[in-house]
Write a protein that binds this ligand. Structure first.
Ligand code: SAM
Length: 178
């Protein structure tokens, strides 16, 4: 299944850290790409740098029209799951969502545009209490993959050797020595 995370409502002056965390969680928990509604070149470059050093095929891109992206996604046969505290419980929807060939997972910031509730195939509540887009995305992706995403091999230039006590990291150099 191809998974793209669409981050709505990013305000460069306020949301830099949380949007970066949305991107890090998307990548680490098995999404293929993040689409950022709006422009923040520095943030995109930071996430690309992580992907470059830590491996995998994760991509990030800014989109000027999230509606256009969502519309094209649906026209191509993709499905959309919008994460919102007002939505249907995750446990009731995840089985159906898992059947998607291409899934766009939408998370908001402060308040999302009303149209996304209409465009979404599922409005999904990760519980019905207010919390965070980072937490909602992590729990959603973990349930989607049933935990298998945590076993994913990234084959990056940097790799952690799991240890009960020490910080052990392998750094690989490319053929050109960098
Ligand atoms: N009251 C806001 C709303 O319209 O949903 C909460 C905004 S919250 C700070 C930012 C984002 O976190 C939301 O757009 C949603 O994607 C996600 N979120 C927060 N709580 C959630 C929950 N219980 N279930 C699913 N997503 C949630």
């Amino acid at each position: 299944m191809r998974v793209a995370v669409l981050r709505l409502g990013h305000r460069p002056e306020r949301d830099k850290r949380i949007t970066t965390h949305v991107g890090l969680v998307a990548r680490a928990f098995g999404a293929d790409e993040m689409l950022l509604a709006g422009r923040d070149d520095k943030l995109v470059a930071g996430l690309e740098d992580v992907a470059e050093r830590w491996g995998g095929d994760f991509r990030v891109r800014s989109v000027s029209s999230w509606k256009g992206e969502a519309r094209r996604w649906k026209e191509a046969g993709g499905k959309i799951a919008h994460l919102t505290m007002y939505g249907t419980p995750l446990s009731e929807t995840i089985g159906e969502i898992r059947k998607s060939e291409a899934l766009m997972v939408v998370v908001g910031a402060e308040k999302v545009p009303a149209e996304i509730y209409e465009m979404a195939d599922w409005n999904v509540g990760v519980g019905n209490q207010p919390h965070s887009e980072v937490a909602a995305l992590a729990v959603f992706l973990d349930r989607l993959w049933e935990g298998e995403e945590l076993e994913k091999e990234f084959e990056g230039k940097i790799e952690v050797v799991p240890s009960p006590r020490y910080k052990t990291v392998i750094e690989r150099r490319g053929e050109d020595g960098v």
